[in-house]
Design a protein around this ligand. Sequence first.
Ligand SMILES: [Zn+2]
Length: 289
Amino acid sequence: MDAPADPRTSWALPVPGGMPRTAELEPLVTRVLAPNPSGMTLDGTNTYVVGGPGSGQAVLVDPGPDDAAHLAAVEAALDARGARCVAVLVTHHHGDHAEAALPWGERFGAPVAAATAAVAGPRGRVLEHGERLALAGTGIDVVGTPGHTSDHLAFRLESGAVLVGDHVLGRGTSVVTHPEGDVVAYLESLRRVHDLGPSALYCGHGPELTEDPGAVLDYYLAHRAFREQQLLAALVAGAGTVDELVAAVYAEVPRQLWPAAAQSTRATLAKLHAEGRVEQGPGDAVRPA
Ligand SMILES: [Zn+2]
């Protein structure tokens, strides 16, 4: 089995570090890049300002880190749209997306909405898959996308674009966390977003994907299947622990990302164990069933 080809390699995407701080992606959406780049957050966290043009209102999706420079950039983007913030939506609980939700919600007098009360806060709103929010002069569909985390949501806009958080990244592939994440749910969530026929994917990190979003989702599905085959092959070849599997399967990935790779590996082993294809324990030991 050959590694699947990433369709984005032939696209004209900005180089890492080359994304503008603020960009109007379409009339409904301005993106503001937070100053928190890293191996895991790529160029930084993308905060999206979404609202019907002329509505005078906007929703923030994933406010990101509670950082003064980022807040100033988001407020400038709101001003440029002539909009005030009427709600803060959060894709999932990780701090690089959710940290500013409650403090900024407080600052703007706007409720926070997320999949759990832990993120939405005491005066917030808990969102369910399938509901449609009428906010800021537009409609936003809530799309449950568990997998990366158990509480992950995506948001589909009237334009057909989908804000996907960490479900799909603008560069590379995402992590299925362990033990919280779930590979089977993740694959179902990829298909669910694919079935929406998105006109664009606006990712939690990295550039927007507009050229062929379906091809990226196909690649993500193929990539996970490929990793699974690689794990099974490495087990047969003699790898007997999670660390040995990571070293065998992620040899080409920078070592700083191996802890994340180990999470995806453990998540995939949990799927294979549930399918009766591997045996685990004691400890980190793993072998083919
Ligand atoms: Zn993230």
